[in-house]
Design a protein around this ligand. Structure first.
Ligand code: DOR
Length: 426
């Protein structure tokens, strides 16, 4: 069966295309893109006037919680949320229960994904056993089992010698090393950003320097080992000059931020709102502005969701006991579109950070509209305004400070291989 998408704004960063035209798909593959395609045979036509036609997004920072915490999320619900968010490939973090520090867990995730996932799932394995920061996992066996990268996300590899060895060891297997940048001695017991607000609320703060020191150490190690390092979820203005330095030095690294760090400030937790408790914490207006400028300057290469589901059991409790994290798969695109609306990025440069650069980190071919590529197509209404209700959220967990707030920009349809999903029905 052929599908013809008509008169949409086709934006494909893999080919630097941004024009109004038609996209033809046959048997789950891209057959062609032209300004106008007419065909005589039987075809399913999708009208896309005023809509964007974009390759599927690639999110390299997602917590699917399976195995072990399926009351928060599982592979089926997490990947359904991804589909609704326009994310057609994701990499899942290894801080599951048990953590993904063995080929058995990696294989389990892949097997469950082949049965349950709506989209492509790439497992990330731990850097160290049990994420304890001491003993490095068996990268070769993990890669063979299907791991696409290594990370101790949720924790920093505090011991510099262990991290240096991990970078060197990973080089042998072409595995990217993803660092959760947080000096945990400095952040210990911290709840929110350190500053006036933490003092006022009587909550222990997490200082910006906990992130900055971690970033500097990791950059120095990557300079020494010349191994690809990926810096996850950056949140502070303090790190920006060091990213600039690292790029100037030619250090092989990439940097990521998440929509909440360029959208929200610490003000969100003023009323002890646990939905806005996240690690690293929401920072100040100055940090938000600096992160946006770093995205514009190209110092931050990637936008990822850090989708971190938690149930009411972990969130509807005292602030200090509540877990860190917020869901993000369905807010990734609408919030990122604000960067285009505000003039920081063009549609193409935004999609580079949501498709091309994350694919490069994972060493995969990015979703694309090149002839013969797999059909991974999202149709987006960038102007649609709606309230993010619990019904719209496809995750098991609803923990987001954007719950019941207005969003702008919505994925209307997805064409994934041979399936067409109509998402405007919820
Ligand atoms: O807020 C966070 N939640 N930050 C992390 O690094 C981990 C994540 C989680 O797993 O809940």
């Amino acid at each position: 069966m052929k599908v013809l998408i008509k008169k949409g704004r086709i934006i494909d960063p893999s080919q630097n295309f941004d024009f109004v035209g038609d996209l033809l798909i046959e048997e789950g593959k891209i057959l062609g893109i032209e300004r106008n395609i007419e065909i005589q045979e039987k075809v399913e036509i999708i009208e896309a006037k005023n809509l964007w036609i974009v390759p599927g997004l690639v999110d390299i920072h997602v917590h699917l919680r399976e195995p072990g915490e399926e009351w928060k999320e599982d592979i089926e619900t997490g990947t359904k949320a991804a589909l609704y968010g326009g994310v057609l490939r994701l990499a899942c973090m290894p801080n599951t229960k048990p953590p993904n520090d063995s080929p058995e867990v990696t294989r389990y995730i892949l097997e469950r994904s082949s049965q349950k996932a709506y989209i492509t799932v790439y497992p990330i394995a731990c850097i160290t056993k049990r994420q304890e920061g001491k003993e490095i996992t068996e990268f070769g066996r993990l890669k063979k089992a299907g791991a696409i990268a290594v990370s101790d996300d949720g924790k920093w590899v505090q011991d510099s010698e262990v991290m240096k060895r991990a970078l060197l060891y990973a080089k042998n297997f072409d595995l990217p090393v993803i660092s959760h940048c947080e000096d945990m001695n400095l952040s210990k017991g911290g709840q929110i950003n350190e500053g006036y607000l933490s003092a006022k609320l009587g909550l222990k703060g997490i200082p910006a320097c906990a992130e900055t020191i971690a970033v500097i150490r990791d950059l120095i190690l990557a300079k020494e080992t010349q191994k690809n390092l990926h810096l996850a979820h950056l949140s502070t203005k303090e790190v920006i000059p060091f990213l600039r330095w690292g790029k100037e030095e030619g250090i092989p690294f990439t940097a990521e931020t998440c929509p909440h760090y360029f959208t929200l400030t610490e003000k969100e937790v003023e009323n002890y709102n646990t939905l806005a408790k996240v690690n690293p914490p929401l920072r100040t207006e100055e940090d938000v502005e600096a992160i946006k400028l770093a995205l514009k300057e190209g110092l931050i290469d990637i936008i990822a969701s850090d989708h971190a589901p938690h149930s009411p059991l972990e969130k509807e409790i005292e602030f200090e006991l509540a877990s860190f994290g917020m869901i993000g798969l369905q807010t990734l695109l609408p919030l990122s579109l604000n960067l285009v609306r505000e003039g920081y990025l063009t549609p193409l440069s935004l999609l580079e950070k949501l498709i091309i650069n994350p694919s490069k980190v994972l060493n995969i071919e990015p979703p694309s509209f090149k002839k013969g590529a797999l059909a991974e197509v999202i149709i987006v209404d960038p102007e649609e305004e709606y309230i993010l209700t619990e019904e719209i959220i496809q995750s098991k967990s609803k923990n987001t400070p954007f719950l019941n707030k207005k969003l702008k920009g919505r994925v209307k349809k997805v064409i994934l291989k041979e399936k067409v999903f109509d998402l405007s029905l919820v």
